[in-house]
Structure formats: structure tokens, C-alpha cells
Write a protein that binds this ligand. Structure first.
Ligand SMILES: O=C[C@H](O)[C@H](O)[C@H](O)COP(=O)(O)O
Length: 261
């Protein structure tokens, strides 16, 4: 693995490296967003170059599209490809049922559409992302800019009606201005501490006018590949209920890995 990485990046790298083993020739792939997904795009580009693997990639953000294009991957839109074999993406948290919080990088909307259009979703994560209950990471909710303060108030009222104790809601900023997503929306972060019923919350949030999508991914992820800084990798498969442990020893020799996201 790249020698000068910090421990968290080493863990992300080995998870990404292992997940790319699941890719087969001819697959149509969803390409996730974030620092872990950026490692996956690089590992994929390496297999394409070294093994002649043929894959088509649908990126979940402008950032990922730029990276994948710069590495020579065949990049298409979801409308060109329609249905995908596999999506590999990062996550902010995952629980024992492999339910997720995503959207720390503000890409949750495209990520959820792409993952839902895929036969299989593999999440890649460092071990620190594993939680017994979702919610320590603030839950991102994408809202349209029009009337966002009203939408925020409606979300707060909804949280009260659901007896949620911690319910601070903040508008995500980019410097002095509200952050604008790739779909020209804003993000509200819900600081909940602990989510009692993620499935119910995901459904209720999406009923509120102005909410486009929330960052809870329920029953979407099939496999989580968990990396650790020493190269240990665990593969948790929700269907097989198994955990396989592996160790990755890998020394990339070229500039595919030169400039991590
Ligand atoms: O919106 C961003 C995504 O959901 C990311 O996949 C998530 O935030 C994890 O990112 P990272 O791999 O950088 O921790």
C-alpha cells in the first residue's frame, strides 16, 4: 500500500482494494463519492489498465466523474446505462443490519439513486464507521432551496412528534454560504445522537414537502468491506451472514495512487 498514508487512509485503501476484487469483466458499475470511494476508483483504474478489465462506470458526483475520467475509465450517465450490476461506495456509518448513514460529502441523492439501480451494493469503510445504532453522525437531508427554513421547521416538528430527544437541525455551509449540492439543493444536518427506528424515520422525512432525499440507506447495502490500518480486511455479507477475514499486502508502483482525494 502507499507507504506515506495515515492510518485511516491505509484502512480505506485496503477496503477499496478488496472490494474491487468483486468486479468482473463487462460489469456496469456505480462509482461512489468520498475519500474511500476515490481509492476504489483508483484501484479499479489499475485493474482496467493492468488486466484489460472492461467496465462502464456511472459516477455519483461531479468529483467522482472528474477523477474517473482523468484515470481513463469509461464514464457514462445513469440514463445511458439504466441498470447496474454493482455499486461500490463509502459510508459515514453502518449498523449490524448494514443500514447506512451517507451524505457526509453531500452526494447522497445521486448515491441513493445509483445504488438503488444496482443489483448489488458494496460499502467500503474503515472500522471506525461501524456503530451499534445509527445516529452519532449527523443525518444529512437534501432539501430544495425554496423555503428551506420552512422545511427545516417542518422537520423539527416531525422530530418532536416522533419523541426524538436530540433534534438540532443545522444548514450545512460552504464557507459563508449555504452548501449547494450537485443537484443545486441544500443539506440540512440532523444531530440526533441515536436513531431509534431508522426505517420509520427515512419514510417520514421523505413525506415532508421540500425534502428531496435523506441519507438513511435502509436494506440497500448487501456487503460491507471493512479495512484496518494494518491491512486486515473483513467482508460482511448480509445475505450469507458470514465474515471472511483477509490481509492485503500491496505495493502500488505508479501514479494512479499519487493524489488521493
Ligand atoms: O456524500 C458522500 C458520501 O455519502 C460518502 O460516501 C460518505 O460521506 C463517506 O465518505 P468518506 O469515504 O470520505 O468517509
Amino acid at each position: 500500500m502507499p507507504a506515506d498514508l495515515n492510518p485511516i487512509d491505509k484502512a480505506k485503501f485496503v477496503a477499496a482494494k478488496r472490494a474491487v476484487d468483486f468486479v468482473q469483466d463487462g460489469m456496469k458499475l456505480g462509482l461512489g463519492t468520498g475519500s474511500t470511494a476515490a481509492w476504489m476508483v483508483r484501484c479499479l483504474a489499475e485493474r482496467v489498465r493492468d488486466e484489460g478489465l472492461r467496465v462502464t462506470g456511472v459516477p455519483t458526483s461531479r468529483r467522482t466523474a472528474e477523477l474517473a475520467t482523468s484515470l481513463g475509465l469509461d464514464v457514462r450517465t445513469l440514463d445511458e446505462v439504466r441498470w447496474l450490476d454493482l455499486t461500490i461506495d463509502g459510508a459515514d456509518e453502518f449498523d449490524p443490519n448494514l443500514n447506512l448513514i451517507k451524505g457526509g460529502g453531500a452526494a447522497l441523492l445521486q448515491e441513493k439513486i445509483v445504488a438503488t439501480a444496482s443489483d448489488q451494493m458494496i460499502v467500503i469503510a474503515d472500522a471506525a464507521k461501524e456503530v451499534s445504532r445509527l445516529g452519532a453522525f449527523p443525518l444529512p437531508v437534501e432539501v430544495i432551496p425554496f423555503g428551506w427554513q420552512t422545511t427545516k421547521a417542518l422537520i423539527e416538528e416531525t422530530l418532536v412528534s416522533m419523541d426524538v430527544l436530540n433534534r438540532e437541525v443545522s444548514l450545512r455551509m460552504n464557507g459563508e454560504r449555504p452548501l449547494v449540492t450537485d443537484e443545486a439543493n441544500h443539506i440540512l444536518d440532523l444531530h440526533l445522537g441515536r436513531i431509534g427506528n431508522p426505517r420509520q424515520l427515512a419514510l417520514v422525512l421523505n413525506q415532508i414537502p421540500g425534502v428531496v432525499e435523506n441519507g438513511l440507506f435502509i436494506d440497500i447495502c448487501d456487503i460491507v468491506v471493512i479495512g484496518e490500518p494494518d491491512g486486515k480486511v473483513s467482508v460482511r455479507d448480509i445475505n450469507a451472514g458470514t465474515v471472511q477475514d483477509d490481509q492485503i499486502h500491496f505495493a502500488p508502483t505508479d501514479n494512479i495512487f499519487a493524489d488521493p482525494d
